[in-house]
Design a binder for this molecule. Structure first.
Ligand code: DGL
Length: 268
């Protein structure tokens, strides 16, 4: 570990764009004393339709960025980067993704162990969620479906439009017919569609997102390593690789409050 790193060092949180702010929100709520540095690779978003090699390269760049900023740990908030890049990269500080935590939360929520998983095309094609779910519980039946139109709908702020409801119905009808009782929202953007998704699936289907489960896992890791802050006011600094103004405008929807201190960093 870098000599500069201490309990007071910031937590690095990475996403392909602004969706990872749902994870920032969960981490800030759980650990308000921590400083957070966010890196949103807005120049390259979306990752969900890109190849594994490309996603691994971008994620390695993000890890280098964080190490240059002396973070004490790295959270890969992006499900696509977690699925495709996390198994391929290493860092001298603790690094965690969001898939394992999301899978655990789904198994804890499910009663019939018929679990639906939705995500970007790359996340679903990687089978990362089914692999982890089956490792944790070989008995569960998994119904996975890519929902590539959800990310642009959320980016446009179309959270409750008729068009969005139609797309939800189109994508989720097979999962509803399969009798799932739990749905993993396996993408940073999908928690913002929880309202329309929940309306379509009905109250008997639990919606699980990995943000709060990952925040809990991070807290446990920091505690174990003696890196959890017990004082401090907590700060947020946001770096993006493009479009700081749009990030600021749309980001407040994800975070629930206005974003300050947005800085530009060139993509590597
Ligand atoms: N952050 C991505 C994820 O969680 C969604 C956006 C993208 O495709 O880059 O999978």
């Amino acid at each position: 570990m870098n000599a500069e790193i201490s309990i007071n060092s910031p937590i690095g949180i990475f996403d392909s764009g602004l969706g990872g702010l749902t994870v920032v929100k969960a981490i800030r709520e759980r650990m308000p004393k921590e400083d957070v540095i966010y890196y949103g690779d807005t120049a390259h978003v979306p990752y969900g339709s890109k190849s594994k090699e490309t996603i691994v390269g971008f994620t390695q760049d993000a890890v280098k960025f964080f190490l240059d900023h002396d973070v004490k740990c790295i959270v890969i908030a992006c499900n696509t980067a977690t699925a495709l890049a996390l198994p391929e990269i290493s860092a001298p500080v603790p690094m965690l993704g969001v898939i394992e935590a999301g899978a655990r939360a789904a198994l804890a929520a499910s009663k019939n162990y018929k679990i639906g998983v939705i995500g970007t095309s790359a996340t679903i094609a990687s089978e990362a969620y089914p692999n982890v779910l089956r490792k944790l519980n070989p008995e569960c039946a998994i119904y996975a479906h890519p929902c590539p139109l959800f990310v642009p709908l959320v980016e446009e702020g179309w959270l409750d439009r008729e068009a969005t409801k139609m797309v939800v119905k189109e994508y989720l009808t097979p999962l509803k017919m399969a009798g799932i009782d739990t749905l993993v929202l396996g993408c940073t953007h999908y928690p913002l569609l929880a309202g329309v998704i929940g309306d379509f699936l009905g109250p008997e289907v639990r919606l699980v997102d990995s943000a709060s489960a990952s925040a809990l896992e991070l807290e446990t890791i920091l505690k174990e390593k003696g890196l959890l802050r017990n004082d401090g006011c907590g700060s947020e600094t946001f770096f993006v690789t493009d479009g700081a103004a749009k990030f600021s405008e749309t980001g407040s929807r994800f975070l629930g409050h206005n974003l300050q201190a947005i800085k530009y960093t060139p993509s590597r």
